[in-house]
Design a protein around this ligand. Sequence first.
Ligand code: DX5
Ligand code: ZN
Length: 219
Amino acid sequence: MVEVATSILSIKEGKEADSFLKLEIAKTDYFHIDVMDGKFVEKNTYQKMLENVSYIKRISNLPLDVHLMVEDIKTAVNDFLAVAPNIITFHIEACNNKEEIYKMIKYIKQNSCRVGIAVKPNTKIEEVYEFLPYVHMCLIMTVEPGKGGQTLLKDMLKKIDTLKQYRQKQKISFDIQADGGINLKTAPEVKRVGTDILVAGTAIVMANDFKDIIDELKS
Ligand code: DX5
Ligand code: ZN
């Protein structure tokens, strides 16, 4: 059964507390926290996401899935480790070389947090292969990172399928997460190609019944 991580990025100003409570009741599998620094991507959600996670921690024990879209990964890791997330995922495109990627993977794990690596649509899937034995998850962006409410890029489906086949061939175990433009229409094909965790933002926060939409995305 796939899991659903709800991206809180698109929750309307002032509706945060109400939406977080509804998501707790709807038992989303994860709160997906989109951290943006205004450099790696245009938007800056850094402070807002720090506030959001401390609030969520107070009202829910559901796991936090932190997606870092930042250049200064180490600072962001230190800031978000404070709320003991279940997993921290960073973009390999924000690292200057392989050593940096290995160092960051090790650093996150040394702080008893699970670690994921993320790739943008234009990054070849082969770029992640060597790191896969050392991470818990690989996040495939199915939209350009930077904002919610975009349309899923169909050619990312092939990328997910390739990754799933590579995982089977190499007998490594890690979760495949797809992030961006996932809704009731696109979820079936995203699941079919092997995704384990679906990230959905707009599709869930716009729905009037969070539990229904989350269950439908999973079914
Ligand atoms: C985009 C974020 C995604 C996005 C998903 O940079 O990483 O998590 O918020 O939102 P929807 O589901 O609206 O595409
Ligand atoms: Zn995300």
